[in-house]
Write a new protein. Structure first.
Length: 233
């Protein structure tokens, strides 16, 4: 009997510790988000779930992001059209070559196209207000419409290229069984390193030096130096 009570007590402690650990983890994730899109901790819904639910998703809280495609300024509000991309842990969109679709978020007043610039990354916290059909070119697309409660316009970063590599002389390489730093680890956990390379501008974007041109003489003619082809033998 005493053993059974002890087992139940241990299970209860494990559940409490698991709950506390999960709460700390979630609070840490939320703390990484900028204040305007952090929210009150209410669970948000993914883009794909809203598309599947259709009109049943009206009123659902969402935190979506992507790249601005267009700005539609109406008489008393503005609609910003966004190409959707999944978010990083920081809340910034992870731009790739694949997207499940687009959405539009609504803000009060005028949205200056120079601020909400095409191609700029944005993340929105808001609620689904419904769907609206509109054209993308000649294609009819059904846009989820989101009423924005907070938004984050991200700064444009220079192009980054991340290169993963193995370094046989690094203490994080597989051959070092226990590591040499103050934090020791299993040898197979950290076999890679990462570097960020800022690419140099391509030759096509570099301005070529201006070449001096010989000014034509009076009369509109230009002196031509003799060459092997036009020299009189």
């Amino acid at each position: 009997m005493a053993h059974a009570v002890e087992v139940n007590t241990m299970k209860m402690y494990q559940k409490v510790l698991l709950t506390l650990g999960l709460a700390v983890f979630l609070s840490g994730c939320a703390a990484r988000l900028p204040e305007p899109i952090r929210g009150d901790g209410t669970e948000t819904t993914t883009y794909r779930s809203v598309i599947e639910a259709g009109e049943d998703s009206v009123g659902t809280p969402v935190r979506w992001g992507g790249v601005i495609a267009q700005v539609h300024n109406r008489q008393d509000h503005s609609e910003v059209e966004v190409v959707y991309f999944d978010l990083r842990g920081t809340g910034r969109p992870l731009v790739t070559n694949n997207t499940p679709g687009r959405f539009r978020f609504v803000v009060a007043g005028f949205a200056d196209p120079e601020v909400y610039r095409v191609g700029r990354e944005v993340t929105v916290l808001g609620d689904v207000q419904g769907f609206r059909e509109d054209l993308i070119g000649e294609y009819v697309f059904e846009f989820p419409m989101v009423t924005a409660r907070g938004l984050q316009l991200w700064r444009e970063d220079p192009q980054r290229i991340e290169v993963w590599h193995r370094d046989p002389f690094s203490p994080w390489y597989r051959h070092y069984l226990y590591g040499t730093g103050p934090y020791r680890y299993h040898p197979y956990y950290f076999p890679y390193g990462t570097r960020v390379i800022q690419p140099a501008p391509s030759r096509s974007t570099q301005q070529a030096p201006q070449q001096r041109q010989r000014q034509p003489e009076q009369g509109g003619s230009q002196r031509i130096r003799p060459t092997r082809e036009n020299r009189i033998q």
